[in-house]
Design a protein around this ligand. Structure first.
Ligand code: ADP
Ligand code: ADP
Length: 226
């Protein structure tokens, strides 16, 4: 099964800047992909389009066979996205953020609470469940964003620079969490501008530069070439 198919994806922003120039990428179910590229390469734009927050100029996106132009709600059920920027209501309680998110996906209240509790435990946030979001440290906020992206248990999880500005200890625990999650069958794509992180964590790699995919291979062959 293909978890994600991007076909001829392009994006020209309103100011005329062409951020994506015909991206093609196929991610198989179970893959663990790094989308590697320097700042400005088009990584966030790509994720924005997949999560339908940014309008594409041309091309198509399919998530587990569901085209976002025609089957958006089915596509969204299979997709979890962890954005780069913290975007919660700062005064909302941690557990309520997760329960509310579950509600957006039509998950019944009792199951929503169970899922919220499950991911609070998994991400080491259980002790903070009744705290307001603004009381969390930077690292905890990152983990809360991952928990929020997981409450509907998507089959594809996409993370935008998940470890940017995160200290080494938390980085390792996030790596462990993601590795475990992928081991359990969740397809993962993360963006990074660190080759070391991609190398450490991912089996597949696509390199994006100036809006084009310049390499798409498995990590072992790439490292063989360097
Ligand atoms: P769209 O073409 O998707 O409608 P817009 O051109 O309207 O996007 O821009 C969306 C938002 O991104 C605006 O709020 C704009 O201020 C902001 N923006 C503009 N230029 C940049 C840039 N170079 N990098 C990041 N954000 C930008
Ligand atoms: P990355 O995530 O790889 O750093 P982005 O997708 O954020 O790259 O940005 C790709 C390019 O598009 C950059 O040159 C950025 O300045 C530009 N850009 C991003 N958002 C906008 C926008 N809303 N309007 C115009 N240009 C944008």
């Amino acid at each position: 099964t293909e978890a994600l198919i991007l076909r001829d994806l392009s994006k020209t922003y309103r100011n005329g800047f062409q951020a994506l120039k015909g991206i093609n990428l196929t991610v198989q179910e179970g893959d663990f992909y790094a989308l590697l590229g320097p700042n400005g390469a088009g990584k966030s734009t790509t994720i924005g389009i997949i999560s339908s927050l940014v309008q594409k100029t041309t091309g198509s996106v399919k998530i587990f066979g569901h085209d976002i132009d025609t089957d958006l709600s089915l596509a969204k059920q299979q997709l979890g996205v962890v954005p780069q920027e913290f975007n919660f209501g700062m005064f909302e309680k941690v557990i309520d953020i997760l329960i509310t998110q579950a509600g957006y996906y039509g998950i019944p209240a009792k199951l929503g609470r169970e899922r919220a509790e499950k991911y609070l435990h998994k991400l080491g946030l259980w002790e903070k469940r009744d705290a307001a979001a603004r009381m969390l440290s930077g690292g905890m906020k990152r983990r809360l964003m991952i928990a929020r992206a997981m409450v509907h248990e998507p089959k594809l999880l996409i993370l935008d620079e998940p470890t940017a500005g995160v200290d080494i200890e938390l980085r390792r625990s996030m790596w462990d969490f993601l590795t475990e999650l992928n081991g359990q069958g969740t397809t993962i794509i993360l963006t990074t501008h660190y080759l070391e992180e991609a190398e450490m964590l991912c089996r597949n790699i696509a390199i994006i530069d100036k809006g084009s995919i310049v390499e798409d291979t498995d990590m072992k062959s790439l490292l063989g070439k360097l």
